[in-house]
Design a protein around this ligand. Structure first.
Ligand code: FAD
Length: 441
């Protein structure tokens, strides 16, 4: 009699894409194990301080992907999000101008807390999924289909202290750079030292822009890979709630706020507590000239007087000085799969600049598309192959996934780059009314 067993997926990264992938494959009947280098977020009140951006915009693309795995997830996130029906342009003279995304049907994008999104997705994972936190993939032996993890104590002894200077090689797992970022692991906290290695049928790299899975795949086969930084950094600032205003919102809560200033811009997304997370996008070369508190104060007062008035000069400058400067990169990989044994999803496969508000939305969409390709190719939850043995039907399905996704992802990375000019400059021109896009920032 032929023996069958569940297929085994090892997912690296329990960010939003990794967590949704785990849930999706578990529902297909696969055996799922997840490794995440950070602490377990479940049941925590506050976010780890090294997460990129406090909030983000989730659109119908992302909600549809969540719905495809579990309709209640999409409902839950929509209930926790703040709809943004358009952009609010803040001119230098203080005038505000609303530009609705969809004046006819009223479609919105939604501001949601990134830690809450991530936490809820991880909390939705059933206990039959093996979750390992503080478990960092260090290498993959594709010849034997085994993954190896490094212990946190080793990591600490080899990692250089971060500074606020941009050195791409010194990126954190999530791309955050130096300055205020604290590590989530405590020194000396031991995890497994996986000398035996962990076997898998399929390893799924959901490990973000600086993916280790991708690096290992690139040693196995001819993967086309490109990485392009833009000259701009991003810095997060905080606009606190104003208790004298309804809900604490000092500016309209149902807009994505933009202070476009051509070469640079400030944006603001609402949080549930009445505060806004502001993000300054500015060339590194210009930031280098703001090297004293006075110079920074002049810059903000000249360019963003209304924001200075609401936030307060001291608070704004304190944040500006202490918060990390993040870099913005576009990454493309093709194919994003190797044999029947590896696939990259989310930022690991397609990091994009955030100006289209679609990086995460596309990552979640990867999960939906992969699921539908597995369905179409009749990839069942069980296999007769030995653990790690190559499976030609799964290999075909993965190839089909990579082909189907490639052009769409290339296009959206390009659109994201173009939308930066739109947001920081074109929105100031009357012609922008003809160029409105729904489902973008
Ligand atoms: P990540 O969120 O990077 O998660 C990767 C996970 O893998 C992390 O938890 C990390 O700890 C873990 N990991 C990494 N290496 C290892 C390892 N070796 N072993 C184990 N675990 C590992 N997108 C939108 O859709 N809308 C927005 O409005 C938006 N705004 C943004 C604003 C900014 C400023 C930035 C920088 C990005 C924005 N994005 C937005 C993009 C979005 O943040 C990313 O696309 C999204 O976080 C990608 O999710 P992910 O799960 O693929 O990767």
């Amino acid at each position: 009699m032929v023996q069958t067993r569940p297929r085994k997926a090892l997912i690296i990264g329990a960010g939003p894409v990794g967590a949704l992938t785990a849930l999706s494959l578990h529902r297909r009947g696969w055996e799922v194990e997840v490794w995440e280098s950070r602490d377990d977020p479940r049941g925590k009140d506050s976010a780890p301080s090294n997460l990129r951006s406090i909030n983000l915009a989730i659109s119908s693309r992302g909600l549809e992907a969540l719905r495809s795995v579990d309709p209640s997830l999409a409902e839950q996130f929509q209930a926790e999000a703040i709809p943004m029906k358009g952009r609010m342009i803040h001119h230098v003279d203080g005038k505000q101008e609303s530009q609705l995304y969809d004046p006819i049907h009223g479609q919105c994008i939604n501001s949601i807390s990134r830690p809450i999104l991530n936490q809820r997705l991880v909390e939705s994972l059933p206990s039959s999924i093996k979750l390992r936190f503080n478990a960092k993939l260090s290498s993959v032996d594709f010849a034997h289909r085994k993954a190896y993890g490094a212990s946190p104590s080793q990591e600490h002894s080899t990692k250089k202290k971060k500074t606020s200077a941009l050195v791409p090689g010194e990126e954190d797992d999530d791309g955050a750079i130096g300055g205020g970022g604290k590590k989530s692991k405590s020194k000396g906290k031991e995890d497994h030292e996986d000398e035996e290695g962990t076997p898998f049928d399929l390893i799924i790299g959901c490990d973000g822009s600086w993916s280790k899975v991708r690096t290992a795949m690139m040693r196995m086969d001819r993967l086309d890979f490109s990485q392009q930084f833009i000259p701009h950094a991003y810095i997060e600032l905080h606009m606190p709630a104003d208790p004298s205003k309804p809900g604490g919102y000092a500016i309209d809560k149902n807009h994505l706020h933009i202070w476009p200033r051509h070469a640079f811009m400030l944006i603001g997304l609402p949080n549930k507590d009445g505060s806004f997370t502001l993000t300054l996008f500015c060339p590194f070369s210009s930031l280098a000239t703001l090297d004293t508190r006075d110079a920074a104060a002049r810059f903000f007062k000249e360019n963003f007087p209304s924001a200075v008035e609401i936030v307060g000069e001291k608070r704004l400058l304190d944040d500006f000085e202490k918060n990390p400067r993040g870099n913005l990169v576009t990454i493309n990989v093709t194919p994003s799969v190797w044999s029947s044994h590896a696939v990259l999803l989310g930022d690991a496969s397609h990091s994009m600049v955030p100006f289209y508000g679609q990086g995460l939305n596309c990552g979640l969409e990867d999960v939906r598309v992969l699921n539908s390709v597995l369905e179409k190719h009749n990839i069942t939850s069980t296999t007769e192959k030995a653990l790690g043995e190559t499976d030609s039907s799964l290999e075909l399905a993965l190839k089909a996934y990579s082909l189907e996704r490639h052009e769409d992802l290339k296009a959206i990375c390009e659109l994201a780059l173009q939308n930066y000019t739109e947001m920081r400059s074109h929105v100031l021109s009357p012609l922008h009314q003809l160029r409105r896009h729904v489902d973008t920032l």
